[in-house]
Design a protein around this ligand. Structure first.
Ligand code: GCO
Ligand code: MG
Length: 397
């Protein structure tokens, strides 16, 4: 079936999302993909419309692998966050078309279910530690979460969501990785005491620490049994990950900033990590996630695909299809879906008692209400930056 058009839908129902819609010769069959990249949505949109759209029109939508390779290798300047995000949106939309054409849900095309529902975790957010402790207790007792996630440092993740209005410069947040390590561990221990021993606690160190600070924190947390420590250090230096691994015993999840299969390789093949947690959008979609997942399975590494609120319910749905059909699934991060987002994006996983389920529908199972999307126009926004209060120097956010 020929591709007749590639369109974009850029909208901000609480957070900027960029969707890609691929139309086919059959007016009833189109595909939806997520190409959202927090803080750089317009750049991805421009690449899609100016360069990728003309070359895709007229191609056979069935040839997903061919199209993936054409965009990745055929551009010569391969990879990078902007290109991989556009590639992901296109890849997801093509898989959606394939599922709709076959009349099968995506998970069925990926080999069928190996589990009925998907274990998930949610973010404990709040402005003060007291608020977060209360939230953690509520998540476990009222909502039935088996695993919760804490995040090092900043009081809440409000800075990552941008419906508050257009910005001209990144928000600056105070942060001192050298001096605040003890606060990180004290907070974890308090939460452990409140939720008890049976609940899994994930700690997202958010690439914020040097290897030696990360090791210090992780060693202190060893007796409190973290489910995993997430992204303790920046992703750039593989030797640093090796060092952290060699000096601590807690499970490590890593990779939300990776943007290719090859970046994932050293961590997996050397077993410097236990969970690979790439963002599907950054690594080029379903086609690439299957390959990374298969390499991970070979090395006894589990998946924990990135799933915050700044990926849309379309990506959450794709994560769900991958998780339900992969033997080496570990856990899934679950973003809270705001009501305004639900107005724009229809479908996606549903939370119940610590797990995610999804209704059977052909393809990915999501659609965009384009009229609703227009009611929430794009607003320029930046991911915040961190500066040390002492000398105002920049550090990893
Ligand atoms: C996570 C992440 C996110 C990122 C966000 C940046 O583990 O969910 O670290 O919350 O901060 O995706 O846009
Ligand atoms: Mg993270």
């Amino acid at each position: 079936m020929k591709i007749t058009d590639v369109r974009t839908i850029l909208t901000c129902p609480k957070q900027n999302y960029l969707f890609i819609k691929i139309m086919t010769e059959d007016p009833e069959i189109y595909g939806i993909g997520d190409a959202s990249m927090n803080g750089r949505e317009k750049a991805v949109e421009d690449l899609t419309l100016e360069y990728l759209r003309p070359m895709l029109i007229g191609m056979d939508a069935d040839r997903i692998e061919e199209i993936w390779q054409l965009i990745y290798r055929g551009t010569y300047w391969r990879g990078g966050n902007i290109m991989m995000s556009a590639l992901c949106g296109i890849d997801m939309a093509l898989w959606d078309i394939k599922g709709k054409t076959a009349g099968l849900p995506l998970y069925s095309l990926l080999g069928g279910k190996v589990r009925d529902r998907v274990l998930c975790y949610s973010h404990v957010l709040g402005k003060t530690n007291e608020e977060k402790i209360e939230k953690a207790a509520n998540f476990v007792q009222e909502k039935g979460l088996k695993v919760i996630r804490l995040r090092a440092g900043l009081p809440s993740a409000n800075g990552t969501l941008n419906a508050a209005g257009p910005q001209n410069t990144p928000k600056v947040e105070d942060w001192d990785p050298e001096f605040w390590a003890d606060e990180m561990t004290d907070y974890f221990i308090k939460i452990r005491q409140v939720v008890g021993d049976k609940v899994g606690i994930i700690y997202d160190l958010h690439e914020r620490f040097s290897p030696e600070r990360a090791i210090y924190i992780m060693r202190k947390l060893e007796p409190y049994n973290p489910f995993f420590i997430e992204d303790p250090i920046a992703p750039d230096c593989f030797e640093s990950l090796k060092t952290v691994r060699e000096h601590t015993n807690v499970p490590i999840a890593f990779g939300e900033l990776y943007k290719s299969r090859w970046e994932c390789l050293p961590g997996i093949t050397n077993r410097w990590l236990d969970f690979i947690r790439c963002d599907l959008i950054r690594i080029g979609g379903i086609t690439e996630a299957r390959k990374i997942g298969a390499i991970a399975e070979t090395y006894d590494v589990k998946t924990a695909w990135h799933g915050p609120n700044d990926v849309s319910p379309v990506t959450h749905a794709v994560n769900w299809h991958l998780n339900v059909s992969a033997y080496n699934f570990g856990i899934q991060e679950d973003g809270t879906v705001d009501d305004t987002v639900k107005e724009v994006v229809k479908g996606g996983p549903v939370y119940k008692d610590g797990y995610l389920t999804m209704e059977d529908k052909p393809g990915i199972g999501c659609d965009i209400d384009e009229e609703a999307a227009k009611r929430y126009p794009y607003q320029r926004a930046y991911i915040p930056v961190c500066r040390r209060p002492g000398d105002n120097s920049l550090c990893d956010w």
